[in-house]
Every structure is written in C-alpha cells, then in structure tokens.
Design a protein around this ligand. Structure first.
Ligand SMILES: C[S@@+](CC[C@H](N)C(=O)[O-])C[C@H]1O[C@@H](n2cnc3c(N)ncnc32)[C@H](O)[C@@H]1O
Length: 273
C-alpha cells in the first residue's frame, strides 16, 4: 500500500472531483449543512476566520462570498492549486476576503489571532497519532483569540466497520461530470485497519469513462485517517487548554448520538492565556 500516492497529493481525478463527490456524500447525511453552520458562527464571532486543511476551498470560498475574511491553510499543493484556480470565477468581494497559504496544521506560525478556527470535514483525522493531534491543538491555541471558537468535525467511529472482516472492498456512487458526458467510478479496493494506532488505510481507485463508457484515466490514491472516540476528543481538548462549549452529532445541532458525526465547538479554557 505504501507505494500508492497519498490522498490529494497530485493533480488528478480525486482532487478534480472532490467538490462534486463531497456534495454527493454529504447530501442527506449528518454532515449536510456544514458551510451554513460555519457561516452563522463566523458572523456571531465577528472577526477573521482561519480554516485548517482548506482543501479545494469548498468552505473558504463560501464564507468569503458572505463577506467574511478567511485564510485557508493547506498542506497539499494540488488542493491549494484547485482552491486558487477558482479565484477568477468568484465575486470581487469573495476574491478580496479569501486567501490561501501552504502550511501544516501541526505547526502554524502566523503572527496574528483569529476569532474562529475551523478544521472541517475530517481534516483533523489526517493527523495519524496523538502527538500530531496535540501539536495541532497547541498551534490553534496560539492563534485563537481569548473569546474565539474552534470547531472540529470528525466522524464518530462505527464499531461494526472496525471489527475483523470489515476490510472488504466497496463500490462508491458514480459521479457524472457536469461539463461533459463522462462519468467517474470510484471504489475502495483495499482496506487495512491498525486497531492499535486507530488508523484506517484504504486504497481508492478512480476511473474516468468517456461518453461511450471507455476508460480514459485510472488512478489510485491512499487514504489514511485516524478515528477518535468522543471521550478521547474531550480529553485531548482538556490536555491542550480548551473547554467544550458544545458537542453535536449533525449541523442542525442534534445531541451526540453513536455513529454519526462529532462536531466540537470549543474555546480556550477560562483563565488560560
Ligand atoms: C477532507 S479535506 C477537507 C477540505 C475542506 N476543509 C472541506 O471541508 O472541503 C481535508 C484536507 O486537510 C488537508 N490536510 C491533511 N493534513 C493536513 C495538515 N497536517 N495540515 C494542513 N492540511 C492538512 C488535506 O490535504 C485535505 O485537503
């Protein structure tokens, strides 16, 4: 599996179809409505927003379009390029409000504070060990204003997907390219679970088919995500000087339930600098 390029690490089918796939996956799921949730919080907190793991700018551009100043930090050049490539299509207001930079969420060094820091849609799960998670939280702590909020969105691990025998292949929904007659097939062709480190490793195969359904491109990428239980997340926040303001299982504000989403809204613990 190691020889397979990591997720989002190159310009290709995965990065190009990220927005379309994410919209399709989120539709009707507990992850639906994240952008609106972030927009309302950004308006309430009032200042500039820092988005860590900003990807293609799905969230960044939407907030900027609402007149909110947002800086997106992203580690993969291919994702950063995808985000910047949208600039010409955006309104003058969004262009003025959105900026992107390369960086690692475990070690951000910006000489400023933000009133809202976002780590949307599983970005925090790309941190594969506790030390990386803690380094990221320390980095956020240094860049968050005293009254500011941090929101982290991860999935709540479903135990049946983690048991012996759950490492099977899986077909993902087909995508239709809106600009031509092509379709994109995707499947998970390999899955490994490191239950000691709580890391899931998958190889995703993407195939683009033309109008006559002949394959014209095929690519594989390796996804690695760490799963973290609710109470582990709570302890991580506590260790790094945060207190939990709210904990939801969807973007409508539902109470925590097993196997849905974990949406954490936290602030610096009072009395901390
Ligand atoms: C699933 S995407 C979410 C993108 C975007 N925030 C959204 O909601 O659509 C997670 C992103 O985090 C980025 N990422 C992973 N590890 C990172 C790190 N250590 N520092 C910064 N970005 C990272 C990935 O490259 C990817 O673009």
């Amino acid at each position: 599996m190691e020889h397979v390029p990591s997720f989002f690490s190159r310009v290709g089918i995965n990065v190009e179809t990220y927005d379309l796939r994410t919209e399709q996956i989120m539709q009707g799921s507990a992850a639906q409505g994240d952008v609106e949730f972030y927009r309302i919080l950004a308006e309430e907190t009032g200042g500039a927003v820092l988005e860590l793991g900003s990807g293609t700018g799905r969230v960044t551009w939407a907030l900027a379009e609402a007149g909110i100043e947002v800086l997106g930090i992203e580690v993969q050049d291919a994702m950063l390029m995808a985000a910047e490539s949208r600039r010409w299509k955006e309104t003058p207001l969004a262009q003025e409000k959105a900026s992107f930079d390369t960086g690692d969420m475990r070690d951000i060094q910006l000489d400023r504070e933000f009133s809202l820091v976002l780590i949307p849609y599983r970005g925090f799960q790309a941190l594969l060990d506790v030390e990386s998670q803690r380094a990221c939280l320390r980095s956020v702590h240094e860049h968050l204003s005293d009254e500011g909020l941090l929101v982290i969105h991860v999935f709540d691990p479903r135990l049946e997907l983690l048991v012996e025998g759950s490492e099977r292949e899986e077909e993902l929904p087909i995508l239709h390219d809106p600009f031509n007659d092509n379709v994109i097939e995707a499947s998970i062709i390999q899955r490994e679970l490191d239950r000691v480190q709580q890391v899931l490793r998958e190889v995703w195969k993407f195939t683009e088919l033309d109008g006559s359904r002949e394959p014209i491109r095929q690519e594989e990428e390796r996804l690695e995500l760490r799963w973290t239980s609710r109470h582990e997340m709570r302890l991580l926040f506590e260790l790094e000087g945060f207190e939990v303001e709210a904990e939801y299982s969807d973007f409508e504000g539902a109470d925590p339930v097993y196997g849905a989403e974990q949406i954490w809204v936290v602030r610096k613990a009072r009395g901390e600098g």
